[in-house]
Design a protein around this ligand. Sequence first.
Ligand code: SF4
Length: 502
Amino acid sequence: MTVKSSDRFSTNKVIHTLSKSTFLRGLQCHKSLYLNRYRPDLRDELSEAQEAVFRRGHDVGMLARDLFPGGADSSPVNRDYAGAVERTRELIKGGAKVIYEAAFCFDGILCLADILVKKGRKWKIYEVKSSTGLKDVYLPDAALQYYVITGAGLAVSDVSIVYLNNQYVRQGELDLEQLFTIESVLEQVVSMQDDVAEQAAVMKKVLAGKKVPSIDIGPQCSDPYGCDFTGHCWAHVPEVSVFSLARLNGTRKFDLYQAGIVRLEDIPEDYELTDRQQLQVNAHIAGRSKINKKEIRRFLEAITYPHYYMDFETFMPAVPLFDNVRPYQQVPFQFCVYFLEEKGAQPELREFLARAGSDPREAFIKALIEATPAPGPIVVYNQSFESTRMKELARDFPEYEDELNERRDRLVDLLVPFQKGHFYAPSMNGSASIKAVLPALVRDLSYKGLAVSDGGMAMQAFEHLWTETDHSRVDEIRAQLLEYCKMDTFGMVRIVEELGKV
Ligand code: SF4
């Protein structure tokens, strides 16, 4: 492969070979580090879900600044990193006590500290994360910051990770001291300094090389983060492969791959598989669905008339937006219910979609209770999701506990016959999710063409409504959300109908 240098730094003075993000990329895979520099055109497009993660990280970072208010912002303007380093130097010289996005360069490595605070004659580094715990993967990140900042000549007394406290329950105004947990990682970070220097030196050699490092796909492609060169590196792996075998652990998948076994038909007959995995392989090779009529009939017997189909949508703001909510708590904002009074009856639609701007939960509960009166089983897809949400609602609104528990007792999980392999079609490719099952059983219904086509997109669409001021856009997004939830729920109606036929 011929390589050309990326022109990403061409408009500004180049002051670094590595940055914090490229160093972390290099720790995961040298090929990713190299491609990112010389072939950024091969990177996968950023998904909406990934963009939402970045936005969330940025928002949490901005909020954490209020833990140390009144600081000076040294963020680079138009990617002028040299200017940011110079501005940080001047701020320090000028007696600043708190600096946000403080920029430093040492040993050809650039890093920006989220928050830098002067205590006495020394400085404390705070790295903000939008997660709810201190993960091992944050340590090399903090170690690199310590390496660069101390190397640049600053006296550092501590390095801490700032993350969200998932035990915090909002009551009234946000309490930042409670919302955030600050944990020092100084000891670990100091012990990693030699390793940081060694790794950085190796990465610089990789970047100075003339060829893309010869690295095959492996567990590193998704650990600790999903790599954005997957589309390029995994292009030779067919859509149906050992990697789509249901519930086979990653090590065994890569063992098969390294032994040259990629397609399901290449798996040796004596290779140990579970019954469910063997069913998947057999169905794929035969090109035919596998149906256990006896088990399906038994399952359908539980869906007596009248009955309901029900689906919830939730969103999970990192920072609680209203009282009685924890960071990342799943907050239901929408449901769709279809009611079937008797065999052959027209399904009756009952739906709810909250208005953004306030706590949707009590209105959600009331509408749900009204939409699902006894008697009759309530069919859901992946019962644990709806059941857990109702349990949480009962905890937070105990006055509705009895009615919510009564609904929970009536749940029937439509996932079960697919998860247990009572019905399996080759096109499901190892998945039992409704997104895989629906097109396999119901040809005339499809998520294709829907503006909102999965739960993650629904979550982002609803979050977007909190800040959208254009009324026509609000109406448009609400219509998209209603359409999506209806598709998931009506999909269940049709799946049960089709199961009845087989
Ligand atoms: S997809 Fe895997 S092999 Fe390719 S660059 Fe990324 S981590 Fe490396």
